[in-house]
Design a protein around this ligand. Structure first.
Ligand SMILES: [Zn+2]
Length: 571
C-alpha cells in the first residue's frame, strides 16, 4: 500500500530583503518530513494484524477448507480501508494522527473479531482448533509450533505390504503424527534399543519404552492420544486392522534410515485400559547366532556338541521369552547338518528362515491342534524335530511317546534354570516315568548385560563380598557400571552406551546331560537327588557362569544380582 511519508506544508518564510543587497532566493524546502515515530506507530497495528492473518488465519482457513480465497479478499479489503483511514488524515495534526490510529485499530480489530467469531461457529473446525484471542496462548502456540516444526521432519522410508508409505502433505495433522512416529523410531535406534513398546492408556501410563539389552528404559513421554495416533500409524503402515484394538495382530515393515534397511516386526494387542504396540527391530539378527558366538565356556561347548551328536531322545531347551529362548532353539537346531539329515521345526511364529531346515508354521486359527501337527511330523521319522513351544499336555505326551530311538526332539520351554526346565517338562507330560524315559539333556540360557568397556569403573572388592559370592579371594579388581567419561576433565555421558553403563548382552548357559542316574531321580521326582547328580558332573550353573563373567570384568555384580533376583521372583 502506498503511504505518504511526506506531506506538503504551507511554509511561512517571513521573507525580508536585506538592505542594499540582492533579493535572496528562497532555498528552504517547502516540504517537511513528518516525524518518523508517528508513522511507525501508525504502522504497528498493520504489522500485528498482518502477521496474525498470514500466520494463523490464512492457514486455518486452508486447513479446515473455510474458503481461503474468500477470506483473503475480505482481509485485503479491510486492510486497505484501515490504511485509507490511518493515512488519509493529516498526520502532523495531533487529532489527525489520533483519529487515523484509532480508526485503523478499530477496523483491523473488527476484522479479527469477525473472522474468529465466524470460524469458531463453523462445524468444520474441530473443538481443539477453535481460535482463542489470548496473546499469551498465541505466543505459546507459536513457540510450540516452531519447536514441532523443527522436530517434525519426515526422513524414513517405510515399506509395508502394499509398498512404500508416502509421507502425507506437510503441515497436515497426519504429517505431524508420522513425524512423531518416526521420531520415536529414530530415538530408539540411536539408543541401541532392540524393541520399542508403545502404550496408549486411559489416564496415566502412556508412552514409549525402549528395551535396551533386555532391560526396559523410559523412552518417550507421550499423551494418550499421541501414543494412540502413533500406534495406529504404524499399524496402518503394516496393513494391520487399526480398528482391532483387542486381538493380537502381527505385521512386518521394512524401514530405511540413512540407506540402512531394517526389518521391523510389529505386534499389537489390547491391554487394560488401552492398546500396546511392540516393534522389534531386525528379529533375525537378534536370534541367529552361531554356536561359537553363544558365549559358552569351552567345557560347556564340548558337552553340548556331544549331546547334539548323539542321536535320539529329548533335550529340553529353556530360556525366557525375549530372553534367549528362540536363540537357543535356533542355534542348537542349526548345529545339525540340515543337508545330510532331516531337520524340521514346528513353530507358531518363525522369526527367521533357517537355511535347509523345514519349518512348519502352526496356524492357531486353523482346525488342527498343535499336538496333532507335532504328531504327524514325528510319524515321518525326522532325524531332528525342534518343537518351539509346549502349549499343552497332549503335545508333551506326543513327544514323550515318540520313537525316540530314531528321532531327536528339542522341546523348548519357558524357564530360567535347567532344574526348573526339567520340572516343567515333567509337569507338562504329567507322568514322571514317561517324561524321564527319553530325556537326554537340558540346556538353559539366560542373558546378562555386558558392561560398557568405555566407561566401566574398576574397584577393589572387599574380602567379605568375595567370600559371600564364593569368588576366589585373590581377585583384586571388579568393575561396576559407569555411564560417564571424562572429557577435558569434565564428566560427560558416555557416547558408547549413552550413559546406561552396559552395551550388548552375553548368553550364559547351564548345560547338563541327563544319564541313567538323573533319569531315576526324575522318575521319582526326587529333585534334591537330581541336584546332587547334576553337581557331580562339575558343570557350572548359570549363577556360577555369571560370577565368572563378573570376575573377568565383563559384567557387574549388580547385574548378576539382578539376574538372580529375577530368578527368585519367578519361583
Ligand atoms: Zn559407556
Amino acid at each position: 500500500m502506498a503511504i505518504d511519508l511526506i506531506q506538503t506544508l504551507p511554509v511561512s518564510t517571513g521573507l525580508t530583503l536585506p538592505p542594499g543587497g540582492a533579493p535572496l532566493v528562497l532555498a528552504q524546502s517547502a516540504f517537511v518530513l513528518v516525524s518518523w515515530w508517528k508513522v511507525l506507530i501508525l504502522l504497528l497495528p498493520f504489522l500485528l494484524w498482518g502477521k496474525l492473518v498470514s500466520d494463523v488465519f490464512d492457514k486455518h482457513a486452508d486447513r479446515f477448507h473455510l474458503g481461503q480465497e474468500k477470506w483473503g479478499a475480505i482481509h485485503l479489503f479491510v486492510g486497505l480501508l484501515a490504511a485509507a483511514v490511518a493515512f488519509g488524515m493529516p498526520i502532523p495534526a495531533w487529532w489527525g494522527f489520533l483519529i487515523g490510529f484509532l480508526g485503523a485499530v478499530l477496523i483491523l480489530g473488527a476484522d479479527v473479531l469477525v473472522f474468529t467469531a465466524i470460524v469458531n461457529k463453523d462445524e468444520r473446525v474441530p473443538d481443539e482448533h477453535k481460535l482463542k484471542l489470548d496473546m499469551s496462548a498465541m505466543a505459546e502456540g507459536s513457540a510450540r509450533r516452531k519447536a514441532a516444526k523443527q522436530a517434525a521432519t519426515v526422513s524414513l522410508g517405510i515399506q509395508g505390504p502394499d509398498g512404500t508409505v508416502a509421507p502425507p502433505k506437510q503441515e497436515s495433522p497426519e504429517y505431524q503424527v508420522r513425524a512423531e512416529a518416526e521420531g520415536v523410531y529414530i530415538k530408539a535406534r540411536e539408543n541401541r534399543a532392540s524393541r520399542v513398546v508403545i502404550s496408549a492408556k486411559q489416564g496415566e501410563g502412556s508412552g514409549a519404552e525402549f528395551v535396551i539389552d533386555g532391560v526396559r528404559h523410559p523412552g518417550e513421554t507421550l499423551s494418550a492420544p499421541q501414543a494412540k495416533a502413533i500406534i495406529d500409524f504404524w499399524k496402518a503402515c503394516a496393513g494391520l486392522d487399526v480398528k482391532d484394538v483387542r486381538r493380537r495382530l502381527v505385521g512386518e515393515l521394512t524401514i530405511v534410515r540413512d540407506e540402512i534397511k531394517s526389518k521391523v516386526r510389529l505386534v499389537s494387542i489390547g491391554q487394560q485400559g488401552g492398546l500396546r504396540l511392540t516393534m522389534q527391530f531386525d528379529p533375525a539378527q537378534s536370534v541367529l547366532r552361531k554356536v561359537d558366538d553363544l558365549g559358552l565356556l569351552p567345557n560347556q561347548k564340548t558337552v553340548l556338541e556331544e549331546m547334539v551328536n548323539s542321536p535320539g531322545g529329548v533335550v529340553v531347551l529353556a530360556g525366557l521369552a525375549q530372553g534367549g529362548r528362540t536363540t537357543t532353539l535356533y542355534s542348537v537346531t542349526q548345529m545339525h547338518d540340515a543337508y545330510t539329515s532331516n531337520v524340521q521345526t514346528v513353530e507358531i511364529e518363525p522369526l527367521v528362515e533357517l537355511e535347509g531346515i523345514r519349518q512348519i508354521k502352526f496356524d492357531p486359527t486353523g482346525a488342527d491342534e498343535y499336538s496333532k501337527v507335532v504328531r504327524s511330523n514325528l510319524r515321518r521319522d525326522p532325524d531332528v524335530l525342534s518343537v518351539a513351544e509346549i502349549p499343552d499336555q497332549a503335545t508333551a505326551q506326543e513327544i514323550a511317546n515318540a520313537d525316540l530311538e530314531r528321532s531327536r526332539v528339542y522341546a523348548s520351554v519357558t524357564a530360567d534354570t535347567a532344574m526348573n526346565a526339567v520340572r516343567l517338562w515333567v509337569k507338562a507330560v504329567g507322568d514322571p516315568a514317561l517324561a524321564s524315559k527319553g530325556l537326554r539333556g537340558v540346556v538353559a540360557e539366560r542373558l546378562i548385560r555386558h558392561l560398557c568397556t568405555n566407561c566401566r569403573v574398576p574397584y577393589q572388592p572387599p574380602p567379605e563380598l568375595l567370600k559371600k559370592l564364593q569368588l576366589p579371594s585373590k581377585i583384586q579388581q571388579l568393575y561396576k557400571k559407569g555411564g560417564q567419561v571424562l572429557v577435558k576433565n569434565k564428566p560427560e555421558v558416555c557416547p558408547v552406551c549413552n550413559g546406561i553403563g552396559y552395551e550388548a548382552q552375553l548368553g550364559i548357559f547351564e548345560i547338563y546331560p541327563i544319564g541313567a542316574e538323573e533319569r531315576a531321580c526324575i522318575a521319582k521326582q526326587d529333585w534334591n537327588g537330581l541336584k546332587t547328580e547334576m553337581r557331580k558332573r562339575q558343570l557350572p550353573s548359570i549363577q556360577q557362569v555369571a560370577l565368572m563373567k563378573a570376575a573377568e570384568g565383563l559384567t557387574s555384580i549388580e547385574e548378576v544380582t539382578r539376574l538372580s533376583a529375577k530368578q527368585a521372583a519367578k519361583k
